[in-house]
Design a protein around this ligand. Sequence first.
Ligand code: 5GP
Ligand code: MN
Length: 343
Amino acid sequence: MTATNRASTPDSLSIPAGQHQIEAIRNEILKRRRFLITSHSRPDGDSIGSQLAMAFALDALGKQVRIVNSDLAPEHYQEFPGMDRIEIAEAIEAPDVDAVIVMECSDLRRTGVAGLDREFLINIDHHAGNALYGAINWHDETAAACGEMVFAIIQALGVTLSEEIATHVYLAILTDTGSFHHSNITPRTFDICRQCVEAGVTPAVMARRVFDSNSFGKLKLIGALLDDMELADEGRLAILHLNDDMLAATGSTHNDTEGLINLPLTAREIQAVVFFKVTNTGDVRVSMRSKYDVDVRRVANEFGGGGHKNAAGFTVSGPLQDIRAGIVDRLVRAIESGLQTRP
Ligand code: 5GP
Ligand code: MN
């Protein structure tokens, strides 16, 4: 596939950099029979969508597939097709499969599933800093979602884009682009989404199911979080805090916190958000989001985490008051350098 023939064959996608890896992955899939699919702990829409799209494609080829995750997916994903196939386990004694497909994981530990290190690993990821731990590694930071990469593999396998597969590819893209907000969206992203819609996906239904399925507890939590929000750097940085008391007071759960970090970015002045979640072990989960060229991944890297320019995170040991100022300071500097290069 080249850029020159793209116009005459509108259904083909130009991904020249990954062509070699796509072919290698296709060949290994075709010659193997039993697969285990996994992704990172605390799965998000991209990890769920990528795993299930791949699982349904492997079904279509008559392969045996099991999906193993270390954590249950948030409630609003539970009604998507195939969710009941996901096994929850923190270790697999004897996988007894021909290959393990690991998606969205910079290193194998991010799966939270032990016992996979001696298997034939196919590593598919779009996060910066992948450790290339697989027998085959396809690492493409230009993909807006891992689901884009899965789409390319499914296409190379010659599997028809069923409504189920299309639903999961679209779910992966819809969620990992932050509902088409992030900066890594390309013509390829929309080209894939178009094909998903042609295969039966209804964007309005997907958006409602993913973004408008809040519990009343979550609405109350939004109120409490925003009420407690602090501003720094002359209103350019928003700081959110969460602890178990707030969850109890609003009748919400940890799963209800997904996506809430994006709310402050809807204010025009705010360039970045940091969300501190204090866990019951005393660790602090730090999630960050930003606009345009404000690079929060660099901040995450400094604290041993990772992610993307506009969405990154890490975990540190508390207490919160000891670590907070240092993180806020790094974010203020990231905002300053991001604003300098902003178009
Ligand atoms: P979230 O804030 O939603 O947990 O994560 C945002 C992004 O940063 C996701 O792409 C996620 O994979 C990545 N990320 C979050 N925490 C970590 C971490 O501890 N290590 C690495 N490598 N990436 C992380
Ligand atoms: Mn992703």
